[in-house]
Design a protein around this ligand. Structure first.
Ligand SMILES: N[C@@H](CCC[C@H](N)C(=O)O)C(=O)O
Length: 293
């Protein structure tokens, strides 16, 4: 087996993604490789989306999602759009089905280049998010937050989009808050036994939100697709918006539809930056010659 695997460096609204083509090989991207790649300023990323052969022959490609600290994530909306664009560039295929550790996902590339991903159904039960203690109603929960001196950041909406999310509602501009300071504290709050992605959200219209996210295991990002879905369903659940909203993240807008069949569909762009090959064990990488200016 060749040691090097092809990759495409991409982004989804500024969420930095490496799409790694691991098809036809039995190995996986090691946590050490992820950490080494992220330490290189030219490759710094939020998630690696590793495309593997189907786990059962004849079924969907298996996508492994690896955070920049080498840990696994169950969902990555922006990364899935990057995977779709990378695979769509190989063929005429427009409709895709993938398997992740959180289940089966369907996606589609539209004629205008925008990509929709069916992110599945939101989970509101406290054990499925998961939370460390029982809450009957997770649409807003009261948290004991000791060292954080921001009184508004106490009663988030919590939800799983495959991965755990907490959405803190604010009335002021989301940029008024020091998410880089609160994010790591809230991510590791004992109520979240598997930690959580932490977002600050402001409802700006009955069909619009602004959102900033501190991602579990990746830190501040310019976009988090699963957080946009989590914020959209949470806003609708507490009666602040309808079920079709535009969620504007630092990288730009995402359209989120919470369908009547309970599935959440996210639509947005993906962007290719450059390609190369890398060693999935060590993270050593080379940029493709034709991409070098
Ligand atoms: N960027 C992603 C979410 C990434 C996963 C997250 N860091 C986690 O560990 O749950 C997205 O676009 O959804």
């Amino acid at each position: 087996m060749a040691r090097e695997a092809p990759f495409a460096k991409m982004n989804g609204l500024g969420n930095e993604i490496i799409v790694a083509d691991m098809r036809g090989r039995a190995d996986r991207v090691s946590p050490a490789a992820a950490i080494a790649l992220n330490a290189d300023p030219a490759m710094k990323f939020d998630q690696i989306m590793a495309i593997h052969d189907p786990r059962t022959p004849g079924t969907a490609n298996y996508i492994e999602i690896i955070n920049s600290d080498g840990t696994m994530a169950q969902a990555c909306g922006n990364g899935m759009r990057c995977v779709v664009q990378a695979l769509a560039a190989e063929s005429e295929q427009k409709l895709f089905t993938f398997e992740t550790i959180a289940g089966i996902l369907n996606a589609e590339e539209h004629a205008d280049g925008m990509i929709s991903v069916d992110m599945g159904v939101p989970r509101f039960d406290w054990q499925e998010i998961p939370l460390a203690e029982e809450f009957g109603d997770t649409s807003r929960i009261e948290l004991q937050i000791g060292p954080i001196d921001a009184p508004v950041l106490h009663s988030p909406s919590v939800v799983s989009m495959g991965n755990p999310h907490a959405i803190f509602w604010v009335d002021r501009d989301v940029w008024d808050y020091e998410l880089d300071r609160f994010g790591p504290l809230l991510e590791n709050h004992p109520i979240f036994p598997e930690r959580a992605n932490i977002s600050i959200a402001q409802v700006t219209a009955p069909d619009a939100l602004t959102l900033r996210t501190w991602e579990r295991s990746a830190g501040l990002t310019r976009a988090c697709g699963s957080a946009a879905c989590a914020a959209a369903v949470s806003a609708a659940r507490i009666g602040r918006t309808g079920r079709n909203v535009t969620v504007t993240v630092p990288g730009g807008p995402l359209a989120i539809e919470w369908r009547t069949d309970d599935h959440v569909v996210m639509t947005g762009p993906a962007e290719w930056e450059f390609s190369g090959t890398f060693d999935p064990e060590t993270g050593a990488w080379t940029r493709d010659r034709q991409d070098v200016a």
